[in-house]
Design a protein around this ligand. Structure first.
Ligand code: ADP
Length: 480
């Protein structure tokens, strides 16, 4: 067998818990998306605003230097010769992290932060960075962040050259990036937290729906009348749904009752006249000595179909009584060994098939309704005879097992396919319609048998093998 990769197994488990088509998954995904877009948007806007404020503060500083420089030079020129005045003005305007220098029109540096004598190499220059001329820009050079400014410099309408200003804003920028990183982490945690909290909240909110789902699974026609969905602390919409559902159950229950009543009434009304018709047909058959062969056959056919219909109506009436709760069981202590022997004697009066009996050495007593159990056994014997070849024997036995008295009815007939074994107890279910029709059944026999057995607190089981035969076992708790 191919082994699954642990990741595949984990994925499968996750999909089982989080069914992608479920409402819970979709709502949680919705919350995750909305919080990602909302919080992400706020974080981006916050970052962008902070950067704008930071940069505009630095820009103002650089622009101030660029604006003041000609005035400063003018003042120093009144006291010093021009080269010295330029250097003094540059030194005066220099600040921490702000580098200034002036180039003459030939591109030669004529004043610089730190003084020309020491001529410190500048950290940025027009060769290494892209200075906008004229203007102001921000760029990254060798891993550091700079505000760069270059302006033409004129004093007393006399062009001196270009003034370059470079302010190192790396420390502030690093701090800003750190804040952005923290903001990003906080945003991701907040989105995760909101998704988890939302998921839990949605799961709780959907609980009433799950309860409705569980309840609907257990609803059957028999329990329509007393099944109601009681929801505590459910959202209004779900409560309304449950109320509508209850109303629907009530309507279904009423129409189901009407249908039962109708079947019961029709069966009752038809059975009496049909029984009379059957009696007349039999009497005509017996007395009609002047009937020809064709007439006799027609009468025999009409008589057997009428009997079949009378039996069907009797079965329907029995089921209607059970459904309406009108079936009464006269439970009494019965010795199974003796009872089965008597029923076999009765069955043998109607059938010429040999019925074998395996009695138990000791007596077994159960609490049953004699007439109903007789009906059950005769029905099972009848089926065993119908669905096996005429030469095959039928075997009945009585056993005791685990405090249960068990009667088995076994035939060596055609058997029942495994897939159908659970369905044969359903009303009107017949394994093979064509085959069953020739045997004259109605498909109600086993459902009546099961209802009667369960009404007497017993159980019925079937085991069968195609072509080999079928065994029905009926068991009841033993009494002393
Ligand atoms: P039916 O009136 O058709 O006999 P039942 O409810 O008694 O109706 O039985 C339902 C179906 O179960 C039958 O149609 C038949 O196909 C199958 N069945 C019942 N008993 C046996 C049996 N002993 N052997 C084979 N099939 C059986």
């Amino acid at each position: 067998m191919r082994r699954r990769h642990p990741l595949q197994t984990a994925m499968k488990n996750l999909l089982n818990v989080w069914k992608p088509r479920s409402l819970r998954f979709r709502l949680t995904l919705g919350i995750a998306t909305v919080s990602a877009v909302g919080l992400g948007g706020v974080a981006v806007w916050l970052g962008w605003t902070m950067e704008s404020i930071l940069i505009s503060a630095h820009k103002d500083n650089v622009l101030y230097i660029a604006e003041r420089m000609p005035n400063n030079i003018e003042i120093y020129q009144q006291m010093y010769p021009q080269p010295q005045a330029l250097q003094k003005a540059v030194a005066n305007m220099s600040r921490d992290n702000v580098f200034l220098w002036i180039e003459n029109q030939q591109g030669k540096i004529i004043a610089q932060t730190g003084g020309l004598e020491e001529l410190q190499p500048l950290p940025v220059s027009p060769k290494t960075a892209n200075f906008p001329l004229p203007g102001i820009s921000i760029s990254e050079v060798n891993g550091r962040y700079w505000i760069l400014c270059a302006n033409p410099l004129s004093v007393n309408n006399q062009r001196i050259g270009e003034l370059y200003i470079a302010q190192d804003i790396s420390a502030d920028q690093m701090m800003f990036l750190q804040v952005i990183r923290n903001l990003g982490v906080a945003t991701v945690i907040a989105i995760g937290g909101m998704t988890v909290a939302g998921g839990i909240y949605i799961k709780r909110s959907l609980r009433p729906l799950q309860r409705i789902c569980q309840l609907t699974e257990s609803i059957s026609a028999e329990h329509l009348g007393n099944t109601r969905i009681h929801l505590k602390q459910a959202p209004t919409e779900v409560k309304q749904l449950a109320e509508r559902f209850d109303e629907m159950l009530l309507r279904l229950h009423r129409s189901w009752e009407q249908q039962r009543q109708f079947v019961s009434n029709v069966s009752h009304e038809l059975r009496t006249p049909l029984t009379i018709v059957s009696g007349y047909l039999q009497s005509v058959q017996r007395r009609g000595s002047n009937l020809n062969e064709v007439q006799r056959e027609a009468l025999a056919m009409a008589s057997s179909e009428t009997d079949r219909t009378v039996q069907l109506l009797a079965d329907l009436l029995t089921l209607a009584r059970v459904d309406n709760g009108q079936m009464q069981f006269q439970l009494e202590r019965v010795c199974l060994n003796e009872f089965v022997e008597q029923t076999i004697g009765l069955a043998e009066q109607y059938h010429d098939r040999p019925i074998h009996y395996k009695p138990l050495s000791h007596e077994v007593f159960v609490q049953v309704d004699r007439n109903r159990l007789k009906q059950v056994l005769l029905n099972l014997i009848d089926n065993a005879i119908k669905y096996s070849e005429p030469e095959q024997p039928i075997t009945l036995s009585v056993e005791q097992k685990d405090e249960m008295g068990i009667i088995s009815v076994r035939d060596r007939g055609m058997g029942i396919p495994l897939a159908q074994q659970t369905r044969i107890f359903e009303r009107f279910y017949r394994v093979d319609e064509a085959r069953s029709r020739s045997t004259g059944g109605t498909g109600l026999g086993l459902s009546i048998v099961k209802t009667l057995v369960e009404g007497m607190k017993g159980e019925i089981h079937v085991s069968s093998q195609l072509g080999k035969g079928t065994t029905f076992t009926v068991s009841f708790p033993i009494v002393d």
